[in-house]
Write a protein that binds this ligand. Structure first.
Ligand code: FRU
Length: 485
């Protein structure tokens, strides 16, 4: 099937119920779709949107294209959860049904205000000649889950930016409302984060581009996201086209962060000691992470597992992408740590001690300590003779590192961007791994969340062996994980 522009942007009401049902059935019967991580009900999901706590539950919306595994006319779909682990699908939320969002309800954020949840997003408008005009809009959700779109264009595109002006994050800080918008400067064609302030949510003035580095952040910044972690401002963002000499990354586009000491939004100043941003995830497939400060005092983040402009082997089953589990953020030793939330433990069952050669299934968690001073390999979802599967190559001696190699599991995934990722480790220390596998998704938390690596991989369905290089000193526990979706 060819996905022409016409087809991708066909109005939702012009699709038949039968077509949608077929896609839903395909996703539901897929062998590689996740069971305890958010996935599309049909078609594609990308950026997490509107992540928030409202009316006694957590809300998470997804950029979605329900009619195929491609980026088409985007809407927001809605999930809720009591504990950030058990998610329930609540249906379509923001539909692209007005002139201002006629070519998609693009990414944005959630902000609780006067008893309602304000969902601020970019209306991706296209003129008949396909010229893009971005509008920054609000769809207001009440306690009954009813939506009401404001009809104001809250922040008209400033003259000094191109039409790449999107992904508003709305929040309150020190008694004022602020919005961060991802932007491309018109003159220099550089990626920027544009800061706006308001006292009433209707009249906005521009504070300027956020100054958080002197380095060149490429040609566009998507999905800017400011969150406070242990009192420090942390800026999470997706710079596109950044030069690899500025910060190294291996993925097509990185998802980065920078920790600040203080932020003065009215001056658009983000003060930091960090010389460059860092990769938020050291795996292959994380983008558009959205974090928010929850009323319980924690900062939580969730990531799109998928990357713009790339496709995945499972796309040919009619669905695309998924989300990471929710991660609790913490700052320790001036570094950002990411942890599984406590409630994920409620999915565990069938606890077993790990022995090399045992069968894990395709939906499990393993927690391991690999003793210091060793070199070897851990195989996940391997065949009996360990020649196929996901490989973690570890060295816990003086050249301490962990290499994640998805080059030995087939089909390969976006191998143009390499099949290995290397995580540097501290010399001569036990290595602590907490690994979550959910069919074609794997999340690896290294040394209590000091590093996280997230990736898709495809093993044969029956390849479920966990194995170690003979003689490896390791202690480990395996749990099977229950399904939530
Ligand atoms: C990032 C992004 C956003 C945009 C959305 C459209 O992946 O390109 O900038 O709002 O996806 O789906």
């Amino acid at each position: 099937m060819t996905w022409t522009r016409e087809k991708r942007y066909k109005k939702y009401q012009d699709w038949g119920a039968q077509e949608l049902l077929e896609l839903q059935t395909k996703a539901a019967n897929s062998k590689t779709i996740t069971h305890y991580h958010i996935h599309p009900i049909s078609g594609l999901i990308n950026d997490p949107n509107g992540f928030s706590y409202y009316n006694g539950e957590y809300h998470l919306f997804c950029q979605a294209y329900p009619f195929g595994p491609v980026h088409g006319l985007k809407s927001w779909i809605h999930f809720t959860s009591p504990d950030l682990v058990h998610w329930q699908y609540r249906g379509q939320a923001i539909n692209p049904d007005t002139d201002k969002d006629n070519a998609g309800a693009y990414s944005g954020s959630g902000f609780v205000h006067n008893g309602n949840l304000l969902l601020m997003y970019t209306g991706n408008h296209r003129d008949p000649d396909w010229t893009r005009i971005p509008y920054q809009l609000i769809d207001e959700m009440d306690q009954k889950g009813h939506f009401h779109k404001w009809d104001e264009d809250l922040i008209p595109q400033p003259d000094h930016v191109t039409e790449h002006f999107r992904d508003p994050q709305l929040f309150e800080h020190e008694g004022q409302y602020f919005v961060l918008v991802g932007a491309q400067d018109k003159k220099t064609k550089t990626g920027q984060i544009d800061v706006f302030a308001s006292n009433d949510l209707h009249n906005w003035h521009e504070d300027g581009y956020l100054h958080f580095t002197d380095k060149d952040m490429g040609y566009m910044i998507e999905c800017p996201n400011l969150v406070f972690v242990d009192q420090k401002p942390v800026l999470i963002f997706c710079p596109q086209g950044i030069d690899k000499s500025v910060v190294h990354y291996d993925n097509i586009y990185p998802n980065m962060y920078i920790i600040g000491d203080q932020v003065d939004l009215s001056k658009a100043e983000f003060k930091t000691n960090q010389s460059s941003p860092l990769n938020l995830d050291e795996g292959f497939d994380v983008y558009a992470t959205q974090a928010f400060n929850a009323p319980d005092g924690n900062a939580y983040a969730v990531s799109w597992v998928g990357l713009p402009d790339l496709s995945y082997p499972s796309d040919n089953e009619g669905w695309a992408n998924m989300y990471s589990q929710v991660k609790r953020l913490e700052i320790k030793h001036n570094k950002l740590y990411q942890h599984p939330v406590k409630a994920i433990e409620s999915l565990r069952y069938d606890k077993q001690e790990i022995t090399s050669g045992m069968q894990t299934g395709n939906q499990y968690e393993v927690k391991l300590i690999i003793k210091k001073g060793q070199k070897g390999q851990l195989h996940l979802n391997a065949n009996q003779d360990l020649t196929n599967g996901l490989i973690l190559d570890f060295d816990t001696g003086t050249d301490a590192k962990l290499i994640i190699d998805r080059g030995q599991s087939n089909p390969l995934v976006n191998s143009d961007y390499g099949t290995r990722r290397t995580i540097p480790l501290n010399k001569t220390e036990d290595l602590d791994l907490d690994i979550f596998v959910d069919h074609s998704l794997c999340e690896i938390f290294v040394n209590d969340g000091e590093h996280v690596a997230t990736l898709r991989f495809f093993a044969n369905e029956g390849d479920q062996t966990i194995g170690f290089t003979a003689g490896t000193q390791v202690n480990g526990i395996l749990w099977k994980m229950k399904s939530i979706l």
